[in-house]
Ligand binder design. Structure first.
Ligand code: NAP
Length: 235
């Protein structure tokens, strides 16, 4: 394994896309700190990545506790904000508690993490924030998802100015077919999505990790919203 001594924090790195990004960074030699709401689970996932990596408990739904949970974290080169609570709210059945929590986790929680870590970014550091194409493609049940991913879009632009020279970019996947979120999706539904994707292939976690690495690494890219969706929707 290569080592280049870079340090990365993946918030929401215990499963799915966050774990895929954590693995990608670990495999190229970065020291990765993964978070979960559960300290034991975070440590377990970190151990699976290898002996250099660390696990940390962090709950984005309780932003007042974030500064304490990140206390003592050494300076970072890369920060991926990936954690989210799945929310299928529709307008007709809008549930205030889950709707509020979705906004707190991704909007207030992500912002609080960045604020706390602002003084702890090394020179050349960069941040990737996960949104999703629900920011522009609506479907029944995307009420909260669309709202919070719209907010993520504006984070990239606003925070790029405030964090300068640290870079921040947002990454918006389409439906990531091999992520746990889709494991029970009916095949006909996946086929419909695929037929409406210009590349005729659904996005994978590897595609998303590759795009995150591009955003982390390219010093000329700052304040952008990158969509990784295979060209969706097309007809
Ligand atoms: N999957 C897709 O098709 C897709 C498409 C577009 C965008 N996205 C976006 O990509 C990101 C990852 O999606 P995913 O499907 O891989 O998610 P996932 O499988 O549901 O994993 C969610 C992650 O977030 C963490 N998490 C949940 N609640 C949290 C909280 N209150 N505080 C801190 N961490 C919390 C979970 O950790 P613990 O449970 O261990 O705490 C887990 O690591 C999300 O931001 C999502 O909106 C996903």
């Amino acid at each position: 394994m290569k080592t280049d001594s870079k340090r990365a924090l993946v918030v929401g790195g215990s499963t799915g896309i966050g774990l895929a990004i954590a693995r990608f960074l670990a495999e190229r030699g970065e020291t990765v700190i993964v978070t979960s709401r559960d300290a034991g689970r975070a440590r377990e996932v970190a151990a699976q990545l290898g002996p250099l990596h660390e696990g940390l408990a962090l709950d984005l739904a309780k932003p007042d506790g974030i500064a304490g949970q990140l206390r003592g974290l050494a300076p970072l080169d890369h920060l991926a904000l990936v954690g989210s609570e799945r929310d299928r709210n529709t307008l007709a059945n809008y549930d205030i508690a889950t709707g509020t929590s979705a906004v707190i986790v991704k909007v207030v929680g992500y912002t609080a993490v960045i604020k706390v870590l602002m003084p702890r970014f090394n020179a050349g550091a960069s941040i990737v924030v996960l949104g999703g194409i629900a920011r522009r493609v609506g479907y029944p049940g995307s009420t909260s998802t669309g709202l919070v991913n719209g907010a993520v879009s504006s984070m990239a632009q606003t925070f790029a100015a405030e964090l300068s020279p640290t870079r921040i970019n947002a990454l918006h996947p389409g439906g990531v077919a091999d992520s746990p979120a889709w494991e029970n999706a009916p095949t006909p539904y996946l086929e419909t999505l695929r037929s409406r994707t210009a590349s005729r292939a659904l996005v994978t976690m590897a595609n998303v990790s590759h795009a995150a690495a591009f955003l982390f690494d390219n010093p000329g890219v700052n304040g952008i919203n990158l969509e990784v969706d295979g060209g969706f929707p097309t007809f």
